[in-house]
Design a protein. Sequence first.
Length: 537
Amino acid sequence: MPSLELRLRGYPVAIIDGRPAPLALKRGLALLAVLAELGRKVPRQQLSALLWPDAAAAVGRARLRRLVHEVNLALGFDAVVGDSDSLWFTAETDVPFSDLERTRRLARAAVTTPAAAQSRAALEDLLSIDAHQMLEGFEFGADTFDDWVSQRRSEQHRLVARALERIGDELVGSGQPLLAGEAAARLVAIDPLSDAGHALLLRALAQRGDLAAVESAYFAFAELLRAELGVRPSPAYEALYEKARQQIMRPAPASGVDVALASHAPPIRFADGDEGTIAYLELGSGPATLVVLFGVWSHVEVAWEEPTIRAILERFARRFRVVLVDRRGVGLSERLAQEHSLAAGAHDLEAVRRAVGAERLWLFGNSLGSMIAIEYAALFPDRVHGLALYGANARGCWSPDYPWALTLTQLDAWAERLREGWGQATSLAEFSPSSAGNPAARDWWARLLRQAMSRNSLPALLRGFARMDVRHRLRDIGVPTLVLQREGDRITRVGAARYLAQQIPGARLMLLPGDDHNLWAGDVEAVIGAVEDFLQG
């Protein structure tokens, strides 16, 4: 018999043997949702009252009989059966299992069992943007059904919030403040006016030793309460804020790798751009400044957590003042209604240059970061020493005269794939095939994607990337340029590197063995050694 699964965290969908069923009847979807949520035989009278509250009893039962027939016809088998009094799912098929029920099981386990609160499955599921949702955007004008959904939705909100609180407590207790901060962000999204998420956020930021972030979080919550409710934060929250400040100003000895790492992490700073602040991390004190610009995904704090990235930055910092930047719209930089364009990226980079007080910059760009580096070098030629471009394109999408990039259709399909797998290590096998089987690498990559942007901002980000084109800038580049590319790169084709090297006057092309697009995967020494030789030369 076919297997039936229901997706109820958003707009409802019935899945038969892994494929969406052609069921467009709203009341049919509502019937399946009610039967799955109640998990038992449901009286026909109760169902007809939910679905047709204004109909006479006899009329409602007749409509229900017809609806059951239409639902089973659309599903292709008799999934819903019954007798004269009740309806239920047939026992001859696999028991229908919904994504809501999976989330509830994980949430209940996290609330009651300490080990479950730190399980990877619970963490990935409950950190999803729709974990607390139920039948979002689904309605058909039946007040009784809407009221029933509202009650069940409130229960889902409360359960997921309790689980996230417990998970956050466990993460703080085990010295994992970055993940605890993610749990806090989800709590705040569920209920922005509740103390719980904001309190967890303060504890996570305090454990990271980030006094500026603690103060920013406190004042943001206080302003929200004042604007929305006309009240001050609770005494308990005020006390926690003071405790967090004292903890940072008089830190206890580090215990555990993550706490020690946080205590040695360089501070996160912010430059004032034209449309908001640009986050950057700064380390080293060399006479020259090297700015590192990552690709589509960027989050300076999560990047510092990755051991190989940290080692790369520290290695460069022996000779340079190193600056790692989150461009606008991603990471810790301003995200609200931000423009994803090369001009915006270049002007944000100029704001960072002014903030660090550097006259000229060396620019090391990876992927999309390389395009911003090229744009900046063309707009501000007197402020650039040279460019190191790794895994770089000159254009964001395919065109007849630029065949080395994805088409718009392929980019849209990729965006949908990322949205469907949100919270997971989606596309790691393409970006870093050498580390795709490493559980730690997968966990970190999933965290980077979640932190770099929101699920709903993905389409705008990739559309902005598709519009980027620096081909008209290449002939104007008058500084030393190194173009690096791994020959088997699955994200940027080797033809794109050859094109850049041919079009930029005097550029040097270096093709390296390997399949990884991420510069911190595979033979890192070959990439970083080549960049060091270029900078020193």
